[in-house]
Write a protein that binds this ligand. Structure first.
Ligand code: SF4
Length: 297
């Protein structure tokens, strides 16, 4: 059996000698084969997810290396299609990991989730990707519906005790749409893994807008912050403090996805801790887009 490994993970596991500037804190794998979904923003058929290339290796060789790794988590990106769930089950059984395992997947039925849970998977990351049903219908094709994705997230939360939802900024959603869905997920104790849309290797969302959404995500998750809109665009926000938290990669614990959706020279999701200077820069960037007010609540 073959499996795809992100270039940074392949380097970390010494499967290849690629040059990487930041170590992934999670090991990232992608199933081999072709996804049956036809999502218009996805480049899986060309061997890419966002900006990341996924060379293919022999699974047995990879499995031996996993055992030697000190990463905090393992993440499998599952393709859409009945047969891929079986493959995931088989792989998870074979790796018998001592660290938490996430599976990133489209909407999936409850019985299958229970099987995945019983195989030892710690949580699911569900690729809702779109901020509203309007955006979902435009981009996500040949996969379960918006409603089925939302239901799956709720069920995953119940079965696994936690769940992560992948959301992509830059698919044409309004600020209000993305903030509303983040609030809805957060109320249901579902974590958001925020991504920026990448097309032809370029990040398609303006950095200042992304910084604003990052700050909103961080405080929504903490049930803090107030957000004010005009015609769907965020114009002001009130937050109780600021630190580096909003600007770091979000999602499952230990997931840093280095340079998944950006170039090394213009970082959207920081895969490592940043100092005060970078926090100040990031806030200044956000302030080009919306008024950011730090207020005592
Ligand atoms: S947040 Fe990270 S570890 Fe979790 S499912 Fe998504 S990519 Fe995988």
């Amino acid at each position: 059996m073959k499996i795809r490994v992100s270039t940074a993970t392949a380097s970390l596991l010494k499967l290849k000698n690629y040059c990487i500037s930041v170590k992934p804190s999670t090991l990232y794998f992608l199933l081999s084969g072709e996804c049956e979904g036809k999502c218009l923003y996805c480049n899986q058929k060309n061997g890419y997810l966002a900006r990341v290339k996924w060379p293919e290796f022999d699974f047995e060789e990879v499995n031996k290396k996993i055992k030697t790794s000190t990463a905090g988590r393992i993440c499998f990106q599952c393709l859409y299609g009945e047969r891929y769930i079986k493959i995931i089950e088989n792989i998870v059984e074979k790796i018998n990991a001592e660290i938490p395992v996430s599976v990133s997947i489209n909407a999936v039925e409850e019985e299958k989730m229970k099987i995945l849970h019983d195989k030892g998977i710690e949580r699911l990351g569900i690729g809702l990707d779109c901020a509203s049903e309007r955006i979902f219908t435009k981009w996500k094709k040949n996969v379960p519906s918006w409603k089925e994705h939302l239901n799956s997230l709720m069920k995953a939360r119940k079965i696994f005790g936690n769940a992560t939802c992948h959301l992509i900024a830059g698919l044409g959603e309004s600020d209000e749409e993305i903030i509303n869905i983040m609030s809805h997920l957060s109320k249901n104790k579902i974590k958001v893994a925020l991504f920026a849309y990448v097309k032809n290797n370029e990040t398609m969302v303006d950095l200042s807008r992304y910084r604003t959404i990052q700050i909103a995500r961080y405080f929504i998750e903490r049930n803090e912050g107030k957000f004010y809109f005009e015609d769907g665009k965020i114009v002001e926000m009130e937050i109780p403090y600021i630190n580096e938290g909003p600007f770091l990669t979000s999602g499952c614990p230990d997931c840093n996805r280095p340079f998944y959706n950006e170039r090394v020279t213009r970082i959207y999701n920081y895969p490592y801790k940043i100092g005060e200077k970078f926090v100040e820069e990031a806030v200044k960037e956000a302030e080009k887009y919306a008024g950011i007010h730090i207020v005592d609540e």
